[in-house]
Ligand binder design. Structure first.
Ligand code: A2P
Length: 258
């Protein structure tokens, strides 16, 4: 059986000079959990060139969606950024990953902390009705350098609350907190600083985060993960030791091409 399958690109959206997203067809055999990542890529000189990407779309959707940075001279993304509707990409058959709500203990609020393309897996998780069944509030915190990098902001603010299926749950349980570090914006500063100072929960009008009641998922750069882990650990949160094992929080590095 082939390790990779071909999927056809359906649409491409360029958010900034360095950020784009695209949708593809989805083979009926391709199953994944919300929060999973998969390797995808292009055939170059007859060989597959693959990188890991979290799935943006939810497992209930008929198409697949991915969010990518464009790395200058990046072997894959410098080519992938030119894809257009009708092109083919390669997709591995084995989705995997540790950002699973099933590995989190029961809790009150679920915090989803993302920087940059670390948002991708949470787009899937905030569109999963199970997320709203398990937690009272679902708080998506997205930190970027510039306002234009707040991918899916319009969707999260304007469309998701009116979704036919999820709208009611979203309106009563979902909170979105975008924050920007290098431009003027409604919310400013790094996620870590906003959390540590208490500003984040204050702005949202919710109780301060606590290991006793709350759970978290984190997806960002290596440095961001390290700083976030330090913060949560010092507040008594326990990390899930691995897939299938319970914890107060789970983490995944956002995948970026070097
Ligand atoms: P900053 O502008 O202060 O570096 P990047 O594109 O480098 O991954 O950054 C995305 C966002 O994550 C930026 O707002 C950046 O802030 C922030 N960031 C970078 N490193 C950390 C960290 N260690 N902890 C929290 N946020 C971080």
């Amino acid at each position: 059986m082939a390790v990779f399958e071909y999927e056809t690109v359906l649409s491409v959206r360029h958010w900034t000079d360095t950020l784009f997203s695209f949708t593809t067809t989805r083979s009926p055999h391709f199953r994944f959990e919300n929060g999973h990542f998969v390797t995808l890529g292009l055939e170059i000189d007859g060989r597959p060139l693959m990188r890991a990407y979290s799935v943006v779309s939810s497992k209930y959707q008929e198409t697949l969606e991915f969010l990518s940075i464009k790395v200058e001279n990046g072997p894959l993304t410098s080519r992938l950024k030119h894809i257009k509707a009708g092109d083919q990409i390669l997709l591995s058959r084995k989705p995997t990953g540790s950002l699973l709500i099933s590995d989190l203990y029961e809790g009150r609020n679920l915090f989803l902390f993302a920087t940059g393309t670390g948002l991708a897996p949470f787009m899937s998780i905030v569109r999963d009705p199970d997320t709203y069944q398990k937690f009272e509030k679902v708080i998506l915190v997205h930190g970027v350098r510039k306002v234009a990098e707040l991918a899916y902001r319009d969707y999260l603010e304007k469309e998701l609350p009116h979704d036919d299926f999820l709208g009611e749950l979203v309106q009563s349980q979902f909170l979105y907190y975008p924050t920007v570090t290098r431009e003027e914006f409604l919310h400013r500063g790094r996620i870590t600083d906003l959390l540590e100072s208490g500003r984040l929960c204050e702005d949202l009008g919710i109780d301060a985060i606590s290991a006793k009641h709350d759970r978290a998922m984190i997806c960002g750069s290596v440095a961001m993960l390290e700083d976030m882990r330090y913060l949560l650990d010092s507040q008594g949160f326990s990390i899930s030791p691995g897939v299938g094992q319970m914890g107060d929080y789970v983490i995944e590095r956002s995948f970026t091409e070097k």
